[in-house]
Design a protein around this ligand. Sequence first.
Ligand code: NAD
Length: 266
Amino acid sequence: MANDTTSTKRLRGKVALVTGAGDPRSIGRGIAQALADEGAHVAINDVRADWLPEAVSDLEARDVRALAVPADVSDVAQVEAMFQAAVETFGRVDIVASNAGVIRWEHFLDVTPANLRLVVDVNLKGNVYVCRAAARQMIAQGEGGRIIITSSVQASMHFPITPIYGATKHAMFPFVGALALELGPHNITVNHIGPGWVRSALNDPAPGQQTDEDIEANRQSVPLKRDGLPYEMGRAVVYYASSDGDYVTGTYLRIDGGLGISKYSP
Ligand SMILES: NC(=O)c1ccc[n+]([C@@H]2O[C@H](COP(=O)([O-])OP(=O)(O)OC[C@H]3O[C@@H](n4cnc5c(N)ncnc54)[C@H](O)[C@@H]3O)[C@@H](O)[C@H]2O)c1
């Protein structure tokens, strides 16, 4: 990747694709905004096509080009068509934030076959399809690239009521490690970020957090005493996508206000 330290906007001229970014409150939107604010053009994906026109306007207002690429990331044909559309419009893809994910709050004994399939299909197979299409495109371009997966603090912490979700997130450790090894020779870096509590639709409401008091008690359990913001997750993606991340691959970055260490605090 070209050195970007001389430009005020560090990703000017780069092309990014962000999945699961339609909902204005989502982490994906925060990632897309942060990338656009650094000058990257953005292909913005969601399975909910009706959210994308507003998302495109949001990004264009940041002085970059934006393209809606609706697709279900768990459908390999749709993922490949999504990349094709992005390349037809922008000519290339330099940065991929594979962020789309779903959660189902169920005790292990209650997990339904439909929800088991959904969580594995989106969180595990979706990342496989998106990262493979990304890698193929970046290898064809021959100039390296950046792949950043959104996993979760659940990649490294254990929670009840989300056993399948947690398993798909923990799976990002061997997945990211293997991809970093295989794609390193192509100068493609692969890393994952672990958000803590971000009050998006995904966990609003979460079980045990039905009232304002419950939500505040949850915040107080986080060392920094607040929720994370989608844009803060986006800044971590900018770190990996910019020249700051040139020599960083196969890593995991928690952005969680210290949630991941809180159980062990004195
Ligand atoms: N919110 C949190 O506290 C939190 C914490 C840790 C990790 N995460 C992870 O961050 C990522 C984003 O979560 P969020 O909080 O923004 O969730 P969200 O539900 O608010 O947003 C997810 C977006 O992805 C879209 N989506 C769902 N299934 C899709 C599919 N099959 N194909 C394409 N798009 C799809 C949804 O329509 C939605 O716009 C997920 O991978 C999630 O597991 C979230």
